[in-house]
Ligand binder design. Structure first.
Ligand SMILES: Nc1nc2c(ncn2[C@@H]2O[C@H](COP(=O)(O)OP(=O)(O)OP(=O)(O)O)[C@@H](O)[C@H]2O)c(=O)[nH]1
Ligand SMILES: [Mg+2]
Length: 311
């Protein structure tokens, strides 16, 4: 049973991949033993993070990139993380007509994940899904996230190559992005190049890039809707991949990911232990009541709970 799922996943069987992801997302008992089995088969996929403001064209770009990768015979995994739709977990990107063709392609696996509550462990599940898709033989894994630096998914900790998508005409969007984004992008895409203000936006980014610690970061203009410029983006991604491989940086990137994943797994274990402990032995709301009535305080209560499970 376990062997069957694993071997099917390794063969790239979409149904087995979907099933394993569901087990992982549901924190099923089997999940961690399956995850243990597949790790040794991972490491050959190139993981590309695509991030940017809502509606900047990330999904459209990903669809176009995927089309090109498929033309080159590459197998593609797509993970769309949508923090604005908490109920979309497991759903496909069904509303995107242009995605339909990709959905029907057996060598393309698309998964949409919604952010969940505190215990949903989405961040952990994203690392797992990346591993699963990698083990399944995908050559490229595209991970879409809205915005950057969100607590749930720190895309640069997952991706080998991070693409930041910017659109013209959002006024001070470039300025707002300045603080957090300048240091994370390996490649900039200025999408919606058919919109007015494109040159202004490209110039602003050029100026910011020159001042950043990475003045050679490429800036690519695209019109994702028509596919224009997307082959340039693909080229920039392969250049970055080559750079990572020749400079030994890939290993550094992977170390960052595994460290983040490890901490995530430990955190989830601890949270599970805390919840098991407090729910079985002393209901969490009783503790909360005691905090409310000033009988105790949150810090003391937290220390008490941790003391009990770590002893
Ligand atoms: N004019 C123009 N429209 C575009 C371009 N690229 C995407 N769009 C449109 O912009 C809208 C948003 O595109 P999406 O690909 O869904 O953008 P997104 O960044 O994935 O959006 P969220 O996932 O909701 O954050 C859609 O209506 C696209 O058709 C482009 O280059 N030019
Ligand atoms: Mg999208």
């Amino acid at each position: 049973m376990k062997e069957e799922i694993v071997s099917k996943v390794l063969e790239g069987d979409s149904r087995a991949i979907a099933r394993m992801i569901t087990l992982v997302e549901n924190h099923s008992k089997e999940a961690s033993s399956l995850m243990k089995e597949i790790h040794r088969y991972t490491g050959s996929a190139h993981i590309i993070g695509v991030t940017g403001v809502m509606g900047s064209g990330k999904s459209t770009l990903i669809a176009e990139l995927t089309r090109l990768y498929r033309k080159n015979g590459k197998k593609v995994g797509i993970i769309a993380i949508d923090p604005t739709s908490p109920f979309s977990g497991g759903a496909l990107l069904g509303d995107r007509v242009r995605m339909t063709e990709l959905i029907l392609d057996k060598e393309v696996f698309i998964r949409s994940m919604g952010t969940r509550g505190m215990l949903g462990g989405l961040a952990g599940a994203v690392y797992d899904v990346v591993e699963i898709l990698d083990a399944s033989g995908k050559d490229v894994i595209l991970v879409e996230t809205v915005g950057v630096g969100q607590a749930e998914v720190d895309i640069i900790k997952i991706a080998d190559t991070t693409v930041v998508v910017i659109v013209p005409g959002l006024g001070d969007s470039v300025q707002t992005m300045k603080a957090g984004v300048m240091e994370i992008a390996d490649i900039y895409v200025v999408n919606k190049a058919d919109h007015p203000g494109i040159d202004q936006t490209v110039m602003e980014i050029e100026n910011l890039v020159e001042l950043s610690s990475n003045p050679n970061t490429p800036i690519i203009k695209t019109i994702a809707k028509t596919g224009e410029g997307v082959s340039d983006l693909l080229e920039a991604i392969s250049q970055h991949q080559k750079y990572l491989e020749t400079e030994g940086e890939l290993e550094e990137k992977r170390k960052i990911r595994y460290e983040a994943e490890l901490i995530e797994i430990i955190r989830n274990h601890l949270l599970d232990m805390i919840y098991d402990e407090s729910i079985v032995k002393q209901r969490i709301d009783t503790i909360v009541d005691r905090i409310l009535s000033k009988e105790t305080d949150p810090y003391t209560a937290a220390e008490e709970i941790l003391g009990r499970i770590l002893k």
